[in-house]
Design a protein around this ligand. Structure first.
Ligand code: DQA
Length: 143
């Protein structure tokens, strides 16, 4: 199975950025662990700070992979264009937020992208990405 994880702005700074909220582990270390635990599956990774690049990647992969795990970070709260891209593609998209956006500022509680996804996970740290992957594997195996 082919799954892509797409991370949005500032998530390249995981492990360094607001570690009290996002933790001390860099995404590369976490990804290595996820790949080691799921050797039967092909997990690709893309990160960008640029909205259009995220949309291009969703469009590019959304017709050829089996699932997308998406954390569009700050754009989740504002981007009609990313929500439209999610709706446009064939692959199921699961949204992940590392922090619990519902216990943070009011503006984080609007999630334009989440309603376009099959589901969303918020507040479970990096473990949310593992849960999203498990869901996509389960969904594919029950097709
Ligand atoms: C985030 C939550 C967003 O509100 C924030 O802008 C991020 C990260 C998360 O993973 O918790 O950059 O998506």
């Amino acid at each position: 199975m082919e799954v892509i994880i797409i991370n949005g702005p500032n998530l390249n700074l995981l492990g360094k950025r607001e570690t009290d909220i996002y933790g001390k582990i860099g995404f590369d270390d976490f990804l290595q662990q996820l790949r080691d635990e799921n050797k039967a599956h092909h997990i690709t990774y893309f990160q960008s700070n640029i909205e259009g690049e995220l949309i291009n990647k969703i469009q590019e992969m959304g017709f050829k992979c089996d699932g997308i795990i998406l954390n569009s970070a700050g754009y989740s709260h504002t981007s009609v264009a990313i929500a439209d891209a999610i709706r446009a593609v064939k692959a199921p998209v699961v949204e992940v937020h590392i922090s619990n956006v519902f216990s943070r500022e009011n503006y984080r509680q609007t999630l334009l992208t989440a309603s376009a996804c099959v589901g969303s996970i918020s507040g479970l740290g990096l473990y949310g990405y593992k849960l999203a992957l498990d869901f996509l594997l389960h969904q594919k195996s029950s097709e």
